[in-house]
Design a protein around this ligand. Structure first.
Ligand SMILES: [Zn+2]
Ligand SMILES: [Zn+2]
Length: 416
C-alpha cells in the first residue's frame, strides 16, 4: 500500500499533466517526490514559468536541508560522495542531455529543455545572452552602412569563443542584416545616379551574412529598378520597337499605358490611351479621341502624382493629369527628354547638390529621420534634400539636410 506522501505525489502528478504551468503544483510535486534530483530539477522549471514566485526561497532552503539529511542517512549517497553516481531512477532513462554542458536535464528540466537546440535551460539563457551581445556589436559596427572586414572578423571570433552556432546566430540578426543592405542601397543611390559598386558589395554581404534568397531578391529588384531610373536620368535610353507610325529618324524610348484626365466645362473623364516618348516628341495616343502631340519644348514642368504624372505645358492641348502604369519611369523619361531638348528653361535637378553631401552628414541625417521621408513617411526612392536649396547657398550640414522621397522632393522643388 502506498503511503500518504506517495498518494499525494500521484494525485499531484495527474494534476500537473493538466496544469503544467501552475508553479504551486510543481512546488508540491517537488516537496512530495521521493527523488531528490527530481525535486532539484523542479526549481529551474518554476523559475522559468514564474521567476518571482514567493515560495522559491523557501523551496530552496527546504531542498538544501533535505539534501543534508539524506546524505547522512542513505548509503547510496555516501557512495555518491566517494565519486560513484547512484543508479538513476527509472524515469531518468529517456531524459535529454544538454549538448552544450553535457548535463542531464532532470525530470522538470526536461519540460523546459529546448529539444530544437538540444540545450538545457541554463545554456539556453547563456546562449541567448551571447546572441544579444553579438547583435549589439553587429548593429554598432554597421552604423556607417558597411560591414568593415576587420571588425566583422573580430566579431566572428568572439562568436566562436561564445560557441555560438553560425546558422543560428546569422538567423538571429537576419532582420538587421536585411535592413543594413536596404540602407546601403539607399545610400548608393545618391542623387539620381546609382553607384556601380553596389552589386558586388551586396553579393559579398549577402554571402557573409547568409541572407536567404527570398530576402535578397526584393533588394536586388530594387537595385535593378534604381539602375533603370538612373540610366534614364543619364539619358541612356533603350530603343523600343513600336507599332506606332514614327517619323523618319524617330526613336521610341517609352511606350506606356496612360489615362488622360480630360476636363471640359461640364465634366471630366478619363481617356484611355498610351504615352509614346521618342527623341522628337511626346505623344498621347487614344483610339477613341485621337492623339495629342506634345513637343518637348512645350513642357514647362513634370510632377509625380499618386498614380501618374502632371504635365504643365505652355499650351492647352495635352495639358494636365495622366494616370500611368509606372509613374516613376514616366516621370524620369519625360523629365530627361525635356532636359535634353530644352536645357535652358527646365529647372535644374537637385542631384548635383546631393553628391556634395558628406557621408557622415548623410549617416546622421538618415538616423535622425529614421530612414524615411520626413513628409509622408515613405521608405522608397529616398533622397537627401537641402532644406535651403544648395543653389541658394544652403549648406550641406545635418541641420540643412533632410530625407525626402522623390515625390515629396519633386513637389518641393516645384514650389521654389
Ligand atoms: Zn547545458
Ligand atoms: Zn514623401
Amino acid at each position: 500500500m502506498p503511503g500518504k506522501k506517495e498518494l499525494a505525489y500521484q494525485r499531484l502528478e495527474a494534476l500537473f499533466q493538466s496544469n503544467p504551468s501552475d508553479p504551486n503544483i510543481v512546488l508540491w510535486l517537488a516537496f512530495t517526490t521521493p527523488d531528490l534530483q527530481d525535486a532539484e530539477s523542479a526549481l529551474p522549471y518554476i523559475i522559468s514559468i514564474d521567476p518571482n514566485n514567493s515560495n522559491l526561497p523557501k523551496a530552496k532552503e527546504w531542498l538544501a536541508s533535505e539534501k543534508r539529511k539524506r546524505l547522512e542517512q542513505t548509503p547510496t549517497n555516501r557512495l555518491a560522495q566517494l565519486g560513484t553516481s547512484p543508479p538513476m531512477p527509472y524515469h531518468y532513462n529517456n531524459l535529454p542531455v544538454c549538448r552544450k554542458c553535457g548535463k542531464p536535464s532532470g525530470v522538470f528540466g526536461a519540460l523546459v529543455f529546448n529539444r530544437l537546440t538540444g540545450r538545457c535551460v541554463n545554456c539556453e539563457v547563456a546562449n541567448k545572452q551571447a546572441l544579444e551581445r553579438f547583435k549589439a556589436t553587429f548593429l554598432n559596427i554597421t552604423q556607417d552602412n558597411d560591414l568593415p572586414e576587420e571588425k566583422w572578423n573580430r566579431l566572428a571570433a568572439s562568436a566562436k569563443a561564445d560557441s555560438l552556432n553560425r546558422a543560428e546566430t546569422l538567423n538571429f540578426i537576419q532582420d538587421d542584416a536585411v535592413r543594413l543592405l536596404e540602407r546601403i542601397v539607399s545610400f548608393a543611390n545618391t542623387g539620381d545616379i546609382l553607384n556601380e559598386a553596389i552589386d558586388s558589395q551586396l553579393q559579398k554581404l549577402s554571402t557573409v551574412l547568409a541572407i536567404p534568397d527570398n530576402r535578397i531578391q526584393p533588394i536586388i529588384n530594387q537595385v535593378r529598378r534604381l539602375r533603370t531610373l538612373s540610366d534614364i536620368r543619364q539619358g541612356k535610353f533603350t530603343t523600343l520597337d513600336s507599332d506606332a507610325f514614327l517619323e523618319s529618324g524617330e526613336l521610341c524610348y517609352m511606350d506606356m499605358g496612360a489615362k488622360y484626365l480630360k476636363t471640359t466645362a461640364r465634366q471630366s473623364y478619363k481617356v484611355h490611351g498610351r504615352f509614346l516618348a521618342t527623341n522628337k516628341k511626346l505623344r498621347f495616343l487614344s483610339s477613341t479621341e485621337g492623339g495629342v502631340e506634345i513637343p518637348w519644348t512645350s513642357i514647362m514642368r513634370v510632377s509625380l502624382t499618386n498614380d501618374g504624372v502632371l504635365l504643365e505645358l505652355s499650351r492647352k492641348a495635352g495639358n494636365g493629369y495622366y494616370d500611368v502604369v509606372d509613374p516613376w519611369i514616366a516621370e524620369a523619361t519625360i523629365t530627361t527628354l525635356v532636359r535634353m531638348n530644352n536645357r535652358h528653361i527646365f529647372a535644374q535637378n537637385s542631384s548635383d547638390a546631393t553628391r556634395h553631401i558628406p557621408q557622415n552628414v548623410k549617416i546622421a541625417v538618415w538616423q535622425r529621420d529614421q530612414g524615411k521621408c520626413v513628409q509622408c513617411g515613405a521608405k522608397d526612392y529616398l533622397e537627401y534634400d537641402h532644406i535651403i536649396p544648395f543653389s541658394l547657398g544652403g549648406a550641406s550640414t545635418v541641420q540643412n539636410v533632410q530625407v525626402l522621397c522623390r515625390k515629396c522632393n519633386l513637389a518641393k522643388s516645384n514650389k521654389i
